[in-house]
Design a protein around this ligand. Structure first.
Ligand SMILES: [Zn+2]
Length: 393
């Protein structure tokens, strides 16, 4: 029977080892894999390292290291023994370019190489987000990413209500909300952020109360202003994703153009009577709102929901899908609705997906556009153009 030492010696003959010095030259190129235990990882690791405790290596390698098994991987533990066994296992799993770091994190740190204390979740957070953490595609790192993410919601109404509630519950760390309305009794049929005690209150204040009560981890930033050409670029600056819950064409065009300037993806949602639509407009990666709809339909074909009515649960479904798409974008998960329009029919109870393409002649995201004009639109969508630098033409 082989002793531990024999086993280690034998294993090391099957793998490649690398010094911390050689490994450091691979930073940014190779994936650094930390195979220690949670408490060791919490106390410090190599910047950018992927964390898979040795015991979970086989089950989590594919989701956390990616499918390309020829990419370079540097495995490390505390002193270089567990990483040798881990490197051997990875080779058995088909990884072709694996090295175990001699001396492990201890030697790396002693030699004065850079390391960080990874942001880690509190015990309460591990409990609150436990169902996220169980998903290997999210995990603690994904939850941390959500907590560091910033999502802006346009509107605290029918679509914004469910979107905000689910984003807050999911632990999106910063939720911006733009709305200049007050809570009215006729909102309560669908705008579930608000309630009867808040009638007459600013919607952003009511939203902040509801969301903070749901999850104190969330910093709710309110914008009790009219969203216009004069402030759009300032408001959206710094957000990772924008969830559009507006109900009018002028604001959608304004948001579209500003999001192209700032290169922030927009999760579009719209509702009409018994039908809803969702898409993701990811600047220069897929079509934009103008590629989809170069001109607004004439007013008689596009009555607002104030005129046409909307079934109460419908915005709950559409807004929830918007929240889901926003989370996917933050976590770089799955296939977001880029270049696709999801259409939901509540009466048929059917979902259909339509492909939408980038328009090479798009006046906003086309290749011939030199400068995007951030313009104010009236209901007919006639622009009163304001240039990006704020000057008026
Ligand atoms: Zn476009």
């Amino acid at each position: 029977m082989a002793s531990y030492r024999d086993l280690l010696t034998e294993t090391k003959q099957r793998i490649r080892e690398t010094t911390p010095e050689e490994a450091e030259s691979q930073l940014g190129n190779a994936t650094f894999l930390d195979v220690r235990e949670q408490d060791e990882y919490d106390q410090g690791t190599i910047p950018g390292a992927v964390f898979i405790p040795r015991g979970h290596l086989e089950s989590q390698a594919e989701t956390k290291l990616g499918r390309d098994r020829d990419e370079p991987v540097v495995v490390f533990c505390a002193a270089g023994a567990r990483s040798a066994f881990a490197a051997d296992t990875l080779q058995q799993l088909g990884y072709t370019n694996v090295a175990s770091m001699i001396g492990g994190f201890g030697r790396w740190k002693n030699e004065g190489r850079s390391w960080i204390t990874p942001a880690s979740l509190t015990t309460e957070q591990r409990n609150r987000y436990g169902r996220h953490i169980l998903l290997p595609e999210v995990g603690e790192a994904g939850q941390q990413k959500l907590l560091e993410s910033k999502v802006l919601l346009l509107g605290a109404g029918g679509l914004g209500s469910p979107a905000a509630l689910y984003l807050a519950a999911a632990g999106v760390g910063t939720l911006g909300i733009v709305d200049m309305d007050v809570v009215d009794a006729s909102n309560l049929q669908r705008q579930i952020l608000h309630n009867i005690d808040r009638l007459g209150e600013r919607k952003v204040d009511s939203a902040k109360k509801t969301l903070t009560a749901l999850n104190p981890d969330v910093d709710v930033v309110t914008y009790d202003v009219r969203f216009g050409a004069d402030n759009v670029l300032d408001i959206i600056d710094g957000y990772d994703v924008i969830v559009d819950g507006t109900d009018n064409f002028p604001t959608r065009y304004l948001l579209n153009d500003a999001s192209l300037v700032k290169r922030i993806p927009v999760v579009h949602g719209s509702i009409f009577r018994f039908e809803g639509m969702v898409s993701v407009f990811k600047p220069y990666d897929g079509p934009c709102y103008r590629c989809f709809l170069p001109e607004p339909p004439p007013p008689e074909l596009a009555p607002s929901c104030a005129e046409a009515g909307v079934l109460g649960v419908l915005p709950g479904i559409v807004g929830s899908i918007q929240a889901l798409e926003a989370i996917k974008l933050v976590l770089d998960l799955g296939d977001p609705l880029v270049g696709r329009m999801l259409a939901y029919d509540a009466l048929e109870e059917s979902f259909r997906t339509f492909r939408i393409r980038r328009d090479p002649n798009c006046p906003a995201c086309g290749p011939d556009v030199d400068e995007i004009v951030i313009a104010e639109y009236d209901d007919l969508c006639l622009p009163h153009a304001v240039l990006v630098d704020g000057s008026t033409t």
